[in-house]
Structures are given as C-alpha cells and as structure tokens.
Design a protein around this ligand. Structure first.
Ligand code: AMP
Length: 269
C-alpha cells in the first residue's frame, strides 16, 4: 500500500499502553514508514563514545531528560541523514565524531550520504531546514517529542501531521502489567492472562524461573503514570490546537490496531 503524502506521526500513550506493539504493526503494514527512536539514537551515541554520547550518558543513567537542544539536533540530523530535509544550511560533517557511526542505525540502510563521513550533532544542526513532502519521508517518532517545548520546536522544522493518543483504562493496564513475568536472561515475556508459560513461574524453553520486573510493581507504575500524565497533557494540547490530534480507545492492542489502520489509511493512502 503506497502512501499519497508524507506521514509524520507520533504515538502518545501511558507506559504499558502498547505503543511499541502498535508501532511494530504499523511499520509492518505500511513499509514506507520507518521508526525514529530518540532513545535508540542516544544509546547508539553513548555506545560509540561520540561527543554527544559522552555528554548525555550521565543524564540517561540517572533517568533524567536530555536537553531539548541536543535532542532536537539529534533528530534533525537523523532526518537530514536520511535526505528528508531540504533548504537551510547543509549538515555539518566531521570525520572525528559520529551520531550515526555505522549508518543505518535503525533500519540497517546505508548512510544516506554514502560516505565514511559522519554527522556530529554537536557541530551544529540545520534548524533552518524544512521537511520533505515526499511520501518516502514518512516516519513514526518514538520517544520524541516528550514535552510541549520539544513539540513546538519540532513543528517549526517538521510539522507532525498526525498525533495519536492511545488510551486504555488505568486498571486494565495495571492488570496487564501485574500479570507480566519475564525470563531475564533471554528477555522472553509471558502474561498469565493471555500468554501463560506452560509451567506457572518457569520459562518454556530453559525451565528457569521467571521474575517480575521491579518497575512493573504497582507503586512504581503509578509514579510513572503520573509523570506521563503531567508531561503529556501540554503535549496533547499542543497537537489539539494544531488540529492533528486523534484519540483512540481500547482495552487491548488487538482492539486498537484496526482502528489505527483505518484512520491511517483515511489520512495518508
Ligand atoms: P527511551 O528509550 O525513550 O525511554 O529513552 C531513554 C532515555 O533517553 C530517557 O530516559 C532520556 O534520558 C533520554 N531521552 C529519550 N528521548 C528523550 C527526549 N525526547 N527528551 C529528553 N530525553 C530523552
């Protein structure tokens, strides 16, 4: 299914609401979409000891938010690297540092510049550039923007044209999370309500014991949920004012996906 216009999408939803699941499904169904995750880009920089990575490492380790300036540069550099921005100053390139290192960070594609040169987000981003309207320049942002300030600044470069707010009742998410068990060495996840292990409490493959994640405890979850509500409210308000906010409700990912597909198709196909 080919898109008729560029889709610039963000998914907003409480932790555990299934944003990851919906992203994966959208990418699979609409191959022209690609995902850009601010967390992944940052982790890549940290791993490769780039100037930016060194700068943000502590903040990330302590669970803080990286500065809006750095995040915005990182994202615009990534869009530029993919060839999705035009006008303004060209991206500054250096041989010494890397935001993208081995290129194709997320999708395995080669560096858009086709060279060994690497883009350094600290060297200067092209904030006067504008987004391409080519349907090939369609993306799903993950983890960004997180605040209304980030959203406003992003909109001046690449206006988001669909902000999806995924809503599931808090008690349903809590129920889902409290029945989640993981096999830590492999990362295999079970859910005692819809994907139970064959033997309760033990991994199907290795037979080793399963555990519940510390951040899946009810108390920790409630704190994360409150934090999400505080920051997401102004973010959603920003997109509502721009007329691009769309809300979807459901008790499960399977209930939400078909609604999401239908609306995506109506807007972009
Ligand atoms: P994530 O994988 O999205 O949970 O991001 C991991 C970490 O990267 C966060 O805890 C933040 O420290 C940082 N981070 C990711 N996205 C942003 C953002 N939009 N604004 C500020 N910090 C971010």
């Amino acid at each position: 299914m080919r898109l008729r216009q560029a889709a610039r999408v963000i998914l907003v939803g409480a932790p555990g609401v299934g944003k990851g699941t919906q992203s994966e499904r959208l990418l699979k169904r609409f191959p022209q979409l690609s995902a850009i995750s601010s967390g992944d880009l940052l982790r890549h920089n940290v791993k490769n000891r780039t100037p930016l990575g060194i700068k943000v490492e502590r903040t990330m380790k302590t669970g803080g938010l990286v500065s809006d300036d750095l995040i915005l540069r990182l994202i615009t550099n990534e869009l530029g690297r993919r060839g999705w921005l035009f006008g303004g100053r060209p991206n500054v390139m250096t041989l010494s540092s890397s935001a993208i290192g081995d290129g194709g960070l997320l999708d395995g594609s080669p560096d858009a510049f086709g060279s060994a040169l690497e883009v350094d987000p600290l060297a200067g981003a092209s904030l006067s550039q504008q987004a391409s309207e080519d349907p090939a320049a369609s993306f799903l942002l993950d983890g960004f923007p997180r605040t209304a300030t980030q959203a406003k600044r992003l909109d001046s470069i690449v206006p988001i044209n669909w902000a999806v707010s995924i809503q599931t009742p808090l008690d349903v998410i809590m129920q889902r999370i409290s029945s989640r068990w993981v096999h830590e060495p492999s990362g295999r996840v079970y859910n005692t309500t819809f994907n139970a292990p064959k033997v309760p409490g033990f991994d199907d493959i290795t037979g080793e014991p399963l555990v519940q994640r510390a951040d899946d405890s009810e108390e920790v979850y409630r704190t994360r949920f409150r934090k999400f509500q505080e920051t997401s409210e102004p973010l959603l308000e920003h997109y509502a004012k721009k007329g691009v906010l769309w809300e979807v409700n459901g008790m499960s990912s399977d209930e939400i996906s078909p609604k999401l597909y239908q609306e995506f198709e109506r807007r972009f196909l």
